[in-house]
Design a protein around this ligand. Sequence first.
Ligand code: NDP
Length: 247
Amino acid sequence: MTVKNKVVVITGASSGIGEATAKLLASNGAKVVLGARREEKLNKIVKDIEANGGEAAYQVTDVRDPEEVKSLVQLAKDKFGTLDVIFNNAGIMPTSPISALHTDEWNDMIDINLKGVLNGVAAVMPEFVAQKHGHIITTSSVAGIKSFPGAGVYGATKFAVRNLMEVIRTESAQEGTNIRTSTLYPAAINTELLNTITDKDAKKGMDALYDQVGIAPISIARVVNFAIDQPEEVNVNEFTIYPTKQA
Ligand code: NDP
């Protein structure tokens, strides 16, 4: 099986990496089901995909709510008859030094970047185990493999999903359920993500970095496409993606 005709649920699909991935996969024949909170954006992306001859659906989804994520997955099955891939991509990055004690933002990151991924995993696992087939793709970050000042809690959530994905991979191999896992570690990608930073100094530093080196979200979409496109017995499970100019 290749990307063509695969049914792919994407969270965080209303902008950035999720939007670019939805459009690329749909242009290659996948049936994509988009979730995020901003309905206007989702609606427009689905219309764009359909105008280009692709197949897509959306549902307003807050990944913090397990029932909303389950319902998004159910929409994929109802509309397209099956489920092959979930791309756990929704995330926020309100970076700041730990000493600034932005504790509400710490909790938001844990709820969205970590629990949101767990909600995605829980929503697809029964189906994937029963059908002995499925692919879980998750956007971690280079902050999930290296420690950066300012990214204490953000990095903690991204390190956590790295561990989660590797354990799913090994358990699936042991249990014979054939579930593939791919974890993405992007560096500076030009998206709306920096808008989630409220700490002025942190935002200034990140804006300067991204202005200098940032690359387009399509570069991550191509990697997702590549991972899905592999033969079923092949699990390409980790990708680190840096802009060439980023040290
Ligand atoms: P964007 O801000 O463009 O996209 C983030 C997406 O997540 C949006 O679609 C947003 O939609 C969605 N989202 C946020 N909170 C929730 C929520 N509670 N429920 C559902 N959806 C939510 O940034 P990116 O495309 O860059 O981010 C995608 C992923 O990539 C994130 O996990 C991020 O951590 C990761 N990443 C990004 C990097 C970068 O440099 N850009 C580098 C490394 C990792 P809405 O607001 O409509 O809900």
